[in-house]
Ligand binder design. Sequence first.
Ligand code: BTN
Length: 326
Amino acid sequence: MVDPIELLRHLANGTFYSGQKLAAQHGVSRMTIYHSMRKLEKLGIAVVRVRGRGYRLLRPIELLESQYILSRLKPDYVKHVSGLEIFPSLDSTSSYLLRRAAQGAPGGLVCLAEYQTAGKGRRGRRWVSPFGSNLYLSLLWRFATYSAELSGLSLLVGLTVAQMIRDLGGKDVCLKWPNDIVFANQKLGGILLEMSGEMAGSCHVVIGVGINVSMPIAESQDIEQPWINMENILTENLPSRNHLAASLVESILEAVLSFERQGLEGLEYAWREYDCLHGSPVTLHLPTMVKSGKAVGIDRFGRFRLECDGVEELFSSGEISVRTHT
Ligand code: BTN
């Protein structure tokens, strides 16, 4: 069998390659090339086969390259990265780092995957993760002491990621509490923070970020809410996936480093500029009840502020979902 990623590197530009030449170049039979192509298809990669011309990818693909991503990181950030691992396929980048953390992996470990077989969203949802089209990235970070403010860290990550997308030209990108990155009421990305450790001692978090870059229409049928891609937002200036991945690593590091320096200080004010719910009538779906009111921002711990009949109530993220009234 040929390593499917090696074969993909060969086919990446989307032009035709004859089965015979591919077989010769990889030192295998044409039948082996045929089976390797089937393997690519099982990963969700559309391969076109035309008699007499050979094989080509339906859509050219840019594979993620760790050396390139690391080389684009500013020195202030790269020194905090203990490793950057890229997998063609994983169950989930966050599940992988949680396993690595349990085995003692150091903080600063970054993991990306081209494809997730069990991508995790918030509230037990599945994160649709087709091959090579979006970004699925997680970071393991270790904190010397547990802080009650850690539950707000995912909002800080949302803020730095949204800032990065605005800097790239996505001017109207905003945030829907607690963790949705949104453009024109459609979801562009999401953040999942998983935490482990002792209340009284050290702890670690795995921050997982998924960003839709170029979602194939076929896979998008499985997404349960309105969604949008980076390529729809940055039509003219869409950076390469590797460039985006480097920017994403920097944004997440910016959030954790800022958290280490000053906790959530200033978050409630910075959030205001990105908050797409502010002033809107909303309904909160709690595990045992539903509550309606007006969204009036977040407090200094990142809790949702709901104004109900002139009285303000605070809600932590957990199992809550927020719906706007349309
Ligand atoms: C959400 O529901 O909005 C959060 C989605 C988080 C998805 C990312 S993709 C990388 C990382 N690995 C996962 O399994 N989930 C997160």
